[in-house]
Design a binder for this molecule. Structure first.
Ligand code: Z15
Length: 838
């Protein structure tokens, strides 16, 4: 392809390829050009939004030039690529990130000031790209950042939801969901009108024999929906690599089907078909750690897997390699079981369409995929009903049955005496209706399976996937402890701390090699450094206090201890334990004399997070937090000693304000339930300490930063089963302090007590599944220890600085290198040095 373009054309192209701006003047010229021409606005109606749009377009131009080069370079290099399949990419805003990655934020700040705007106000105009629920989606976004920053040839594949995660409003203390229509103005995506794939649903399977007697299987009939590619540039930090995130949108297939209807006068119904096709990519399912088995969700999964695989296979076929080379050119990572249909889909492409024989095809398939598990919670493990799959994807169901048959025959040969084992490891659960266990299919169709923190990876091997360790051996299972990108979660969210660290470490190199942070320990006793470090934390608390004032009207004292728990609301994450602890603190304060009360460490308890719209218990917890806040915040006796804040609509851009502003953050899941957690890493990296259980990545954070620098409490994962058993089968006496808290709620102190009876009864009468009462005493004692420790400013400062210095392990860059070595077997590709590749 490259050689076929004649030299004169190349010369013209070379001569006229746009050059990126580098100076303030060039930047201003670009903004004004975009505002005047692309946006058709002028000096006289240029508000903050138009300025945002102009700035975004100017930076977009810069990214696009490098993006084109990166893509060409990757095509020419023709080496193995990584494809990260995720139903969620929680990207947040792109402009600040783009400015910092291309190292032009200073230029932009000055240029915008020259035009009469403050850069912070302009950045705030952007709508978050909120195509995800929580940790899983944000992890995917952090991984894309690291893949690009480390120059890996990698693509993300996802869905282009018209509505991202809902916006949360709190009205009278209740969560209200508002749709998040985010595509009004999105300069970061490019619709590829020429990249479309027809996706089939329903229909039936035909079998026939050709003249030579060869058997053929073909999926025919049904409906066609068209997938259209929308590409989003993903810039790396201070590198010319700009990778691609390809999101699929759905629309009605153009072609005979519509045309027939149109001709026969069914115009309206053909438009209705169009709308029904578009519903496939209309909305992100708002559940975190819960699967509900809805048909539209299965359609989303297949639509996205089939379009992505078609695209990947098409790219591979252009290289004219033999099929056996496929796993040497392609690594596909499955982010949870959501993309598991990619496994039978690739098998279908190879066998039904490309004519490979089954075993040859299966060898290729099972070397291509890797599967990441993110939870052990049974309600989150995906199962699809066999009748539903039979109806929607008849050929895939056959293939799944054939995969299962081959697998069970293998198990039977290897463990001939173990009949029970066969039903335990079968992909098909023999229930009524029968169910397809997606995690089992993902394990069988992948060459590696990983968990996301050490405890979690051990747990999946000893519990939900135990039998598969026996069948495949332990080497198929591994761990990659999660990480976060320090570019967004330190440099962008906390620029002053990043600058302070850079001033001691000799520049911002540490952002690409986070283990360099350890050198900060040399400065831990430096008076000036400590003072500056504390001043930064205080300024970040002032910034959050300002946000709290604007969004809730409540004034909080930035000198108080800021205690923050922000994450999805879920019983296993135990926001209820936190709010019961707050009520306990309130009761203690009420019992004190005003003089005693003055001596206490003032505290602001801050909550944030969304509940899945159908999750009643989680919504009850939100309601309780708000009611408790109403009472405490308006109690004259209490004043600044305690404030309770619920921050509306927690999302990525708010996390960037919240994470740098904690003194303590809470990661208090029932041991063994939180696979990793990633906000724990964000808070510590920004100089906050943690109160947490021995769960997920908290354990490794403790190992890295030292147990003297973390406030651990509560029962261990190994004891959870027994404790749960005790609740059900033994006489249980409720912890005395917790009983007082419950009495207070029952007495109506926080409004109509009947609103909260289900929540309290779950603990008192129905087995306390999340062990709130077992951990309560240990929790409140640890909270007192935190108060005591916080009084000693010097001790607290030492703990926080030491912790930051020891957080190097938790960069997402380390994760990506582990995946690349252990699972993908891919190498980075240096971006081209030349000005162009034409
Ligand atoms: C989700 O956000 C997580 C797991 C899931 O199975 C689903 Cl469906 C959503 C989270 C885990 O709860 C969290 O512990 C982990 O840090 C995160 O994935 C990223 O691995």
């Amino acid at each position: 392809v490259e050689a076929s373009i004649p030299e004169p054309q190349r010369a013209a192209w070379r001569k006229y390829t746009p050059q990126p701006f580098t100076t303030q003047e060039e930047f201003e010229k670009e903004i004004i050009r975009h505002i005047e021409t692309t946006l058709a606005r002028s000096l006289y109606n240029c508000d903050e939004f138009a300025t945002y749009a102009g700035t975004a377009l100017a930076f977009r131009d810069r990214l696009v030039l490098d993006w084109n080069k990166t893509q060409q370079n990757q095509t020419f290099a023709d080496q193995k690529r990584v494809y990260y399949l995720s139903l969620e990419f929680l990207m947040g805003r792109a402009l600040d990130n783009a400015m910092l990655n291309v190292d032009q934020k200073d230029v932009a700040t000055k240029g915008l000031a020259d035009l009469g705007f403050r850069v912070e106000d302009i950045i705030k105009q952007e709508h978050d790209a909120a195509l995800g629920n929580g940790g899983l989606g944000r992890l995917a976004a952090c991984f894309l950042d690291s893949l690009a920053s480390l120059n890996y040839p990698a693509w993300g594949y996802g869905l282009r939801y018209r509505y991202g995660i809902f916006k949360q409003e709190i009205i009278d203390g209740y969560q209200v969901e508002v749709p998040d229509y985010w595509l009004d103005f999105n300069p970061w995506e490019f619709q590829r009108h020429d990249v479309t794939v027809d996706i089939q649903f329903y229909g039936h399977v035909d079998r026939w024999q050709d003249e030579e007697g060869k058997q053929h299987t073909e999926w025919v009939g049904g409906e066609i929906v068209q997938a259209v590619a929308f590409d989003v540039p993903v810039p790396g930090y201070k590198t010319a690599t700009v990778n691609n995130l390809r999101l699929w949108g759905s629309k009605a297939a153009s072609g005979e089907f519509d045309f027939q209807k149109f001709n026969s006068g069914e115009y309206e119904s053909s438009v209705a078909d169009q709308q029904s096709a578009e519903t496939i990519s209309a909305v992100l399912y708002p559940n975190d750690n819960l699967e509900r088995g809805k048909e539209l969700r299965l359609k989303q999964q297949y639509f996205w897997c089939a379009a992505s695989l078609y695209d990947i296979v098409r790219r591979f076929k252009k290289t004219k390699r033999a099929w056996k080379d496929f796993p040497n050119q392609v690594a596909i990572q499955l982010n949870d079981t959501h993309p598991t249909l990619a496994i039978p889909e690739l098998q279908r492409i190879l066998v039904d369409i490309e004519g490979l024989d089954w075993d040859e095809a299966w060898h290729i398939v099972s070397k291509t995929f890797g599967y990441t598990n993110h939870t052990v919670l049974p309600e989150a493990l995906e199962k699809w009903s066999v009748p539903l799959m039979q109806h929607l994807l008849p050929r895939h169901l056959q293939i799944i049955y054939d995969i299962n048959l081959q697998f069970l025959q293998f198990v039977e040969r290897t463990f001939p005496k173990e009949r029970e084992l066969l039903s335990r490891v079968s992909i098909i659960e023999e229930s009524s209706p029968k169910m397809v266990r997606m995690a089992f299919l993902a394990i069988i169709g992948s060459h590696k399976v990983n968990g996301v923190a050490e405890l979690h990876s051990d747990l999946i091997k000893s519990t939900i996937f135990k039998d598969f360790v026996k069948v495949f051996g332990p080497d198929k299972f591994t761990n990659v402890t999660n990480g976060i990108t320090p570019r967004r979660w330190l440099h962008q969210a906390n620029p002053r701390l990043s600058a302070l660290i850079a001033s001691k470490l000799g520049g911002h190199e540490f952002l690409k090699d986070l283990t360099q942070l350890h050198k900060l320990e040399e400065w831990v006793d430096d008076k000036e450094f400590r003072k500056e470090f504390r001043e930064i934390k205080y300024a970040n608390k002032v910034r959050l206090a300002k946000h709290i004032k604007e969004s809730t009207g409540i004034t909080v004292n930035p000198a108080a201890l800021f205690d923050i728990q922000v994450k999805r609301i879920h019983e296993y994450k135990r926001q209820q334990l936190n709010i019961f602890g707050v009520i306990h603190r309130y009761l203690q304060l009420k019992a004190m004399t005003p003089e005693e009360r003055k001596k206490q460490v003032p505290r602001v308890s801050i909550f944030g997070g969304k509940a899945a719209p159908g999750y009643w218990m989680a919504k009850t917890v939100i309601h309780l937090i708000n009611k408790v806040g109403d009472v405490i915040n308006n109690d004259q006796d209490i004043g600044d000693a305690l404030k309770v804040i619920f921050l509306e609509d927690y999302n990525v851009s708010k996390a960037e304000i919240i994470c740098p502003a904690s003194d303590i953050s809470e990661h208090i899941s029932t041991a063994g339930t939180e696979a990793s957690g990633t906000s724990n890493m964000k808070f510590v990296l920004n100089g906050g300490l943690i109160i947490g259980t021995c769960d997920g990545a908290n354990i490794e954070i403790t190992r890295e930063i030292g147990q003297e620098n973390i406030f651990l409490f509560g029962n261990l994962a190994e004891n959870v089963d027994e404790l749960r058993h005790n609740h059900v089968y033994k006489q249980y006496v409720l912890d005395e302090s917790l009983a007082k808290v419950f009495d207070t709620i029952h007495s109506g102190t926080f409004g109509d007590a009947s609103s909260f009876t289900a929540l309290l009864n779950g603990i008192v009468e129905h087995g306390d599944y999340y062990l709130v009462s077992d951990d309560f005493d240990s929790y409140i004692k640890t909270q007192s220890l935190i108060d005591e420790t916080y009084k000693n400013v010097e001790e607290w400062t030492t703990k926080t600085i030491t912790s930051v210095a020891r957080m190097g392990f938790f960069t997402a860059d380390r994760c990506i290198e582990e995946y690349a070595d252990m699972i993908w077997n891919v190498e980075p590709l240096n971006p081209t040095k030349e000005k162009d590749t034409v």
